[in-house]
Design a protein around this ligand. Structure first.
Ligand code: UD1
Length: 316
């Protein structure tokens, strides 16, 4: 029997992970630490009787310490995400993404937690001359968010080397899927595309729409998080890409969605966003080799599943 803690467990990625952890054999315990800033209790509705919920901000060290008591594995997903949010309002994202991460690692060390798996970000790479992006490339963060997430990786590695706390960092590549919240000015682009597609309204595309992303379906990321919690050897203290290994332009994705839905809606093209990375594509080689990464969802399959979920959620 294991005791898992998921920080950010009420978010769309965290809640998917929680459901997958509960489905593992062994009668494991799952606790969530979330301050409900960007997460929602309703994301955990189906499983709420099986999860211990700590409404705690990761900036509250005492609260985090308490929530991590007896934990075996901590998945640290709590963050203030979004590149533009970190530019418009850098102080809170600095406090949560750097100081909050330090608190989680400190509390994990004090509580003799076996392992912390950390949600890092592909944004750490910035613009690279070469694609796909490989973990040993020199990071070139272009935004406060990217720098903050990179600092978290460094802290993970140092907690392993200096304090013996096992850590694995996964650089998420534009994760999408059911429950991603489309109702914030900082929502991920695919959740916004879903909302506009269903409402038959025009999405806004920043720039020419030819920027590319390695959109990765949430269940593939949750599966990799669990693998990273068990991996041995080289994985410990290391950072891996958590991507699908492909890249698609925003124009291509919007075209695919229109075809799936059988509609024709021309997007509005607006200004490019500050801090935006042009192209993003993961090399999955190291994650496949060391963690057993095996993404299952093509973009089209992931988009179909995500769209079906948004439609059913609207009717609920
Ligand atoms: C970045 C990271 C990602 C991380 C996320 C956290 C990169 C390559 N990716 O995502 O790993 O998880 O931050 O928030 O750095 N866009 C539009 N219209 C919109 C909204 C966005 O055109 O209405 C564009 C953006 O300008 C960008 C792309 O869509 O080019 C993706 O934006 P978004 O979904 O916000 O994610 P990233 O900033 O790429």
């Amino acid at each position: 029997m294991k005791r898992y803690v998921v920080t950010g467990g009420a978010g769309f990625i965290g809640s998917c992970l929680v459901r997958e952890l509960l489905a593992l054999p062994g009668g494991n315990q799952v606790a969530v630490v979330d301050n409900l800033l960007t997460g929602h209790r309703k994301n955990l509705d189906e499983v709420k009787d099986r999860v211990t919920f700590h409404e705690v901000d990761i900036c509250d060290l005492a609260g985090v310490r308490k929530a991590l008591q007896g934990a075996d594995t901590v998945f640290h997903l709590a963050a203030i995400p979004s590149v533009p949010r970190s530019i418009n309002d850098p102080v809170p994202s600095h406090e949560v993404n750097i100081n909050g991460t330090f608190n989680v690692l400190s509390a994990a060390k004090e509580n003799n937690v076996r392992r912390v798996v950390y949600a890092a970000s592909s944004s750490a790479y910035g613009d690279t001359l070469v694609l796909p992006k490989v973990e040993d490339m020199q990071p070139k963060p272009k935004s406060p968010y990217a720098a903050q997430k990179l600092m978290g990786e460094y802290y993970c590695s140092v907690f392993t080397s200096c304090f013996g706390l096992e850590t694995v960092a996964l650089r998420f590549f534009n994760v999408y899927g059911p429950r991603q919240d489309p109702n914030s000015p900082y929502s991920g682009v695919l959740s916004l595309f879903m909302k506009h597609l269903i409402a038959r309204t025009q999405p806004t595309i920043h720039g020419d729409g030819e920027q590319t992303r390695d959109f990765t379906y949430v269940e593939d990321v949750a599966g990799l998080l669990i693998k990273a919690s068990e991996a041995q050897g080289a994985a410990i203290g290391n950072t891996y890409n958590a991507g699908n290994g492909n890249r698609y332009s925003l124009n291509m994705v919007w075209d695919t969605l229109q075809k799936i839905e059988g509609v024709s809606i021309t997007p509005n093209y607006g200004d490019s966003r500050a801090g935006d990375v042009r192209d993003s594509q993961a090399s999955t080689e190291a994650a496949v080799r060391d963690l057993g990464h095996a993404p299952r969802f093509t973009l089209e399959e992931g988009l179909r599943r995500t769209l079906a979920w948004y439609k059913s959620d609207l009717q609920a």
